[in-house]
Design a binder for this molecule. Structure first.
Ligand code: RIB
Length: 284
């Protein structure tokens, strides 16, 4: 309320509102914040660091009471983090989904090293040795962590890592489609782990176009397990990252910080969620 010198507005910045994963997160966050009597201002950075910085300035100018940010897929994100942290009146902030090193704001995200590890272990367990990875990009720490888990699983099974089977940056339909050939041209991989479900769908489209059958010739695994999977006739095998859960933790943490202004340490600690592999019809 105004009496408490609050605007009752919370800023949410997401990297790609077209991605159902982030659309679901935004929907959940907004509905939870409404219950707490806050208005959510949603901005879409389009995975651009430049836009994100401008949006942070706008949110500050609007005097939002708190911020929830899913950072853009660009390496120099630390500038945005600095921007928030150096403000005189620090805005309570929660970082969501995309983990960032060395920040004070609490973070809520899935254990990405574990997701890389369990997807790779699963593919090995059903007989794959030549496992490719699409989306192991250096700019996103999530991807680096998934790649780490992937390498760990391969190592445990004495399977050599082949750099040709690893392609960077794949988080859109186009990425999956356009970069598929870089992996498929070698004619060696029998399975591919994708950066998310959108890139997995783009990859599948391209693979089928050039005559590969999914899953008979190539198995495909996505990340996020977007709701579309529940209604698709060929649901992806995918790592589930539950948007509602992410939203609940983020909102609870933020509201606690704003309303209780507590110094209770648990308000400032990170929450790391356990990913879970959902087996669909794209792996065999
Ligand atoms: O779909 C977007 C992807 O980027 C997700 O897997 C999420 O974890 C983020 O890193």
């Amino acid at each position: 309320s105004l009496a408490k010198n609050q605007t009752n507005m919370i800023g949410l910045i997401v990297p790609n509102i077209e991605n159902p994963f982030f659309a679901s997160i935004a929907t959940s966050i907004e509905s939870l914040l409404t219950e707490y009597n806050y208005i959510t201002i949603i901005m879409n950075s389009n995975d651009s660091h430049h836009s994100e910085k401008k949006m942070l300035e706008k949110m500050t100018a609007l005097n939002v009471d708190g911020l929830i940010i899913v950072y853009s897929n660009e390496f120099f994100f630390t500038h945005s983090v600095d921007y928030i942290q150096k403000k005189k009146r620090a805005i309570p902030t929660i970082l969501l989904d995309r983990y960032i090193e060395d920040v004070e704001s609490p973070q809520v995200y899935y254990n990405n090293e574990l997701s890389g590890y369990i997807t790779t272990k699963f593919l090995i367990s059903i007989g794959h040795q030549n496992i490719g990875m699409l989306g192991a990009n250096e700019t996103l720490i999530n991807s680096r962590h998934r790649y780490k888990g992937y390498k760990k699983a391969l190592k445990e099974h004495n399977i050599a890592i082949n750099e040709d089977w690893y392609v960077e940056t794949a988080i859109t339909f186009e990425d999956g489609y356009n970069k598929a050939d870089q992996i498929l041209r070698h004619g060696e991989v029998t399975s591919v782990i994708c950066g998310n479900d959108l890139s997995a769908l783009g990859f599948m489209r391209r693979a089928e176009e050039i005559g590969c059958r999914i899953p008979d010739d190539i198995s495909v695994v996505g990340h996020d397990n977007i709701e579309l999977n529940r209604y698709s006739s060929k649901p992806l095998t995918s790592i589930e990252q539950n948007p509602r859960k992410l939203a609940e933790y983020a909102v609870n943490k933020l509201i606690n910080q704003i309303e209780h202004k507590s110094t209770n340490h648990s308000f400032y600690s990170d929450i790391i969620l356990e990913p879970n592999l959902v087996i669909g019809k794209t792996t065999k």
